[in-house]
Design a protein around this ligand. Structure first.
Ligand SMILES: Nc1nc2c(ncn2[C@@H]2O[C@H](COP(=O)(O)OP(=O)(O)OP(=O)(O)O)[C@@H](O)[C@H]2O)c(=O)[nH]1
Ligand SMILES: [Mg+2]
Length: 425
């Protein structure tokens, strides 16, 4: 890359000069004030443009530095990297500007308003928007080079998406597999910039997340849903959210009944009792596994039966065994859908261990809670992808009933690539 400088009395004048001389292909790296405006002296600005050598028009003639004055490549790269981060700062500063003024150093300078018309400012913003993508690509190229464990060279346009996915907590094998599929199948035309690469990758990811679309019971049938999982992950809170959803928030108002297996702790029963009282729902408690079937029978007037269970450490085989006895001894005519509830805040390996320990219960779907407390969502993706178990719900906060989201691959992949955003719930 060649670094060229252009000067002018305003940044836009310098930019215009650059455009006249080298066209649109350059990348704005930095704008600096080289001479302050003072009495009888106009201000002078210098802009620094990076451009691929073969994109420099032949009409542009500028004396090359003699070879001995040229910087070594490494030093130049470091400087470019430094310049890029400066450029990034500039970009955010400039794009925040609403009045025509810039901020230099810590104190605000006298506005340079007369020099910068709103139309010119708009032009500069447009230029910056076009160039931001190029900056991203170059930043990621540097990231890419520094990454020690990259097994193969990821093209620069893919580096941003690779970094995002790697930082999301996705299992490395899954990520590398996905990258090879993307690289292999992606139409050449789409490789042009990181935005199209991201869109394509997003589409592939979406297709790979198994999701169970919510269905409601047909006339004469009922849904029996049991939430199982480690302690404190939000099972009882989620039962309350689901109960409110089915009995009040859907088009049809369903009859909902609750069963609580968590009789070890008085508090646990009381917690669900309170919700049952508030929503006027029938509730049954089960102390010993043989009582399980009769508890279901006594709620046969309900469309939905929601079963809360005692939280068990994935290593506490005793508690899991007790839940197993209930399911295994179920003589009622109802099928129980087992939903494994797990927090999104733990790493993939821990999710997998939890899944393996609860899998003896015959897990039907997965529910992830506390999405509001995590930054990465690749662990969720990887667990669903690895186990092929569909996700049914997400819990995105403590509020009952609103902080519950029916699972969709769009939602998960949006979180994975762009972070959780409550406004998109
Ligand atoms: N931030 C956040 N907190 C949550 C979420 N879901 C539940 N909680 C909180 O997590 C704590 C535990 O929730 P519970 O519903 O009691 O968890 P549990 O799985 O029933 O716990 P045990 O019955 O002890 O195993 C409570 O303070 C909830 O408010 C969520 O999606 N986000
Ligand atoms: Mg509980």
């Amino acid at each position: 890359m060649k670094i060229l400088t252009f000067t002018g009395r305003t940044p836009s004048e310098a930019l215009k000069k650059a455009k006249m001389e080298i066209g649109d292909e350059g990348m704005l790296i930095e704008t600096r004030e080289v001479q302050k405006k003072s009495l009888g002296k106009a201000a002078l600005y210098e802009i620094v443009i990076g451009i691929e050598e073969d994109m420099i028009p032949s009409t542009y003639k500028k004396t090359q530095k003699p070879l001995n004055k040229q910087k070594p490549l490494k030093q130049e790269s470091e400087e470019i990297l430094f310049d890029i981060s400066n450029a990034a700062k500039q970009i955010s500063k400039i794009s925040d500007v609403t009045a025509p003024q810039f901020e230099y150093g810590s104190k605000r300078e006298t506005p340079i308003a007369p020099a910068l018309e709103p139309k010119e400012l708009k032009e500069i913003k447009q230029e910056i928007n076009k160039l931001t993508d190029k900056v991203k690509i170059i930043q990621n190229m540097f990231w890419d080079e520094k990454s020690p464990d990259l097994e193969r060279q990821i093209p620069s346009e893919f580096a941003e998406i690779y970094r995002l996915a790697a930082q999301s907590g996705m299992n490395k094998e899954h990520l590398d597999g996905l990258m090879s599929v993307t690289l292999e199948h992606m139409p050449l035309k789409m490789r042009e910039n990181s935005a199209t690469v991201k869109r394509y990758f997003q589409t592939i990811l979406r297709k790979m997340v198994p999701v169970r679309i919510e269905t409601t019971p047909n006339v004469g049938t009922k849904k029996v849903i049991m939430l199982v999982g480690p302690t404190g992950v939000g099972k009882t809170t989620s039962i309350a959210k689901l109960a409110a959803r089915y009995s009040y928030l859907m088009q049809k108002k369903y009859k909902v009944g609750l069963v609580v297996l968590d009789t070890y702790r008085i508090g646990a029963v009381e917690q669900l009792m309170q919700y049952a009282r508030m929503m006027k729902l029938g509730i049954e408690t089960v102390v010993d596994p043989p009582e399980f079937s009769s508890a279901l029978e006594s709620l046969k007037y309900c469309d939905y039966i929601l079963i809360d269970t005692m939280g068990s450490s994935p290593y506490d085989k005793g508690k899991i065994e007790k839940i197993y006895e209930c399911l295994n001894g179920n003589t009622s005519e109802y099928n129980v859908d087992v939903v494994l509830v797990m927090p999104s805040s733990i790493k993939y390996e821990d999710l997998k261990t939890t899944y393996d320990n609860f899998s003896t219960l015959g897990v039907d779907t997965l529910m992830f809670t506390k999405l509001d407390e995590t930054m990465g969502f690749g662990n969720i993706f990887s667990l669903a992808y690895e186990t092929k178990k569909p996700i049914s719900y997400f819990s995105v906060g403590q509020e009952v009933p609103e902080d519950l989201v029916c699972a969709s691959s769009d939602f998960l992949i949006e979180c994975l690539l762009n972070g959780f955003n409550r406004s998109k719930v």
